[in-house]
Design a protein around this ligand. Structure first.
Ligand SMILES: [Zn+2]
Length: 107
């Protein structure tokens, strides 16, 4: 089950399931909401999409996103977020000892 809430930076976000033919998910700091398409998707695909949208939040809250983003900036953000979330999904999946270590020590 997808968590209903996530905290990124100074904001708490609702995570909602939705159906859309165009987007797998979206992230809105203004609405403090992340939406995830779930219909017809595997649990691994959905989990990666959740991480992808969280990474958009990390990108936003890290001030990497320009307030007046050009198309090129948006493409750069998507490439960074997609690459990082895909690889983090693999690192998390294949290294449960590392994840337990991080959870225990990042308190
Ligand atoms: Zn994206």
């Amino acid at each position: 089950m997808i968590p209903k809430k996530v905290r990124i930076g100074y904001l708490d976000y609702d995570i909602e399931e939705y159906q859309d033919d165009e987007f797998e998910g979206d992230y809105s700091p203004q609405s403090q909401r992340i939406r995830i398409r779930t219909s017809g998707r595997s649990s691994a695909f959905i989990a990666n999409t959740v991480l992808h949208e969280v990474m958009h939040g990390v990108y936003y809250h890290s001030s990497l996103k320009s307030p007046n983003s050009s198309d090129s900036d948006t493409e750069t953000e998507e490439n960074v977020v997609n690459g990082m979330s895909n690889m983090l999904s693999q690192v998390f999946r294949d290294n449960p000892v590392l994840i337990r270590y991080l959870l225990k020590n990042l308190k």
